[in-house]
Design a protein around this ligand. Structure first.
Ligand code: CAA
Ligand code: NAD
Length: 293
């Protein structure tokens, strides 16, 4: 028993859709908030596709899929999240957007509701400070794709209570995830290692040390990575990688996290990677083809 029955998820993009799916699969009643009906349609389709894949791979039965869908509902109204035990935010990586959401949620949710952010790199403490419940605010950092990746980083601030930490740890475990505890410092554990690796690959590409395909193939075939670093940038979202790099660079002020100009150019062109169809690769082709740069 986690003390959590009803979960709210804010944002149904790459991460929110996965968080909503695994929560509903684990038996929680899940209400997802998106900005408009069009975004709900896209988010719902993401969950449908992922559940369809799970049925195909015989990870769940068709009736488990139906029961999961019955536990999932969608809204555009933040006020409808008032009855939730735990609300997990997974919107764009922008501190001002997250702070204003948490401020609003604080006014909507009863005092016992725990608020959590799936941020990759932003300070949980700043979000906690925007609420009247810093003891019930925590970082809950999932990995992409959420239904597949086994880890959740739990980020406790100096204000987070033991009870909140315990509840959220049990919740993550009921989703079948393993937990590592991380400090509230930008990038927590995983992104302190992963982000410089991805940025270095972009720098090597800029310096013409290797082509997109060769840099990716090198790490897949040479080191056994499941996907190369530039494919991974496309998978995470180039817009998200750029934001994370900017935030981590702002925090640590070392070149290790400095965003390479090529990332900005791609974002200016709205080449966000797999989610927009174009990034380092063109996803309208099967298999995806490296773009000329
Ligand atoms: N949603 C749900 N399930 C998915 C999926 C998705 N989007 N993509 C793949 N899967 C599942 C498949 O169903 C399959 O499951 P089984 O093996 O149980 O049948 C399994 O994943 C493998 O899928 P495939 O064989 O189709 O494809 P693959 O072998 O190429 O694996 C991958 C796909 C799991 C994504 C793999 O390439 C991988 O692990 N890539 C690295 C992902 C990674 O590093 N993620 C972390 C990103 S960083 C982050 O998340 C933090 C941040 O703050 C930015
Ligand atoms: P995304 O761009 O795929 O999705 C963000 C979604 O949030 C969009 O669908 C957007 O419509 C919605 N949104 C924006 N403002 C909203 C609001 N006020 N209310 C409700 N919905 C709103 O982004 P993502 O990749 O899912 O990333 C979301 C968060 O998760 C970010 O903080 C990111 O750093 C973090 N994260 C991302 C990854 C990754 O691999 N992409 C991994 C771990 C953590």
């Amino acid at each position: 028993m986690t003390g959590v029955e009803r979960v709210g998820v804010i944002g149904c993009g790459l991460m929110g859709s996965g968080i909503a799916e695994v929560s509903a699969r684990a038996g929680y009643q899940v209400l997802v908030r998106e900005v408009d009906d069009a975004a709900i349609l896209v988010g719902r389709k993401r969950v449908d596709t992922s559940l369809g894949r799970a049925v195909e791979r015989e990870k769940i039965t068709p009736s488990e899929r139906e029961r999961t869908l019955e536990r999932l509902s969608f809204t555009t109204e933040l006020a409808e999240l008032g009855e939730r035990d735990l609300v997990i935010e997974a919107v764009v990586e922008d501190l001002s957007v997250k702070i204003s959401l948490f401020r609003e949620l604080d006014g909507i949710c009863p005092p016992q509701t725990i608020l959590a952010s799936n941020t990759s790199s932003l300070p949980i403490t700043e979000m906690a400070a925007a609420t009247g419940r810093p003891d019930r605010m925590i970082g809950l950092h999932f990995f992409n794709p959420v239904p597949v990746m086994g880890l959740v980083e739990i980020v406790r601030t100096i204000a987070t209570s033991d009870e909140t930490l315990q509840t959220v740890t049990s919740f993550a475990e009921t989703l079948g995830k393993e937990v590592v505890n991380a400090p509230d410092s930008s990038g927590f554990l995983v992104n302190r290692l992963l982000v410089p690796f991805m940025l270095d690959a972009v720098r090597l590409l800029e310096a013409r040390v290797g082509s997109i395909e060769d840099l990716d193939r090198s790490m897949v075939l040479g080191c056994g990575h499941p996907m190369g670093p530039l494919t991974l940038c496309d998978f995470v979202g180039i817009d998200t990688v750029l934001r994370i790099a900017e935030i981590m660079h702002g925090e640590y002020r070392t070149e290790r996290y400095a965003p390479p100009p090529l990332l900005r150019r791609l974002v200016s062109l709205r080449r966000f990677g797999r989610k927009s169809g174009l990034g380092f690769y063109d996803y309208s082709q099967t298999p995806p083809v490296a773009m000329p740069l």
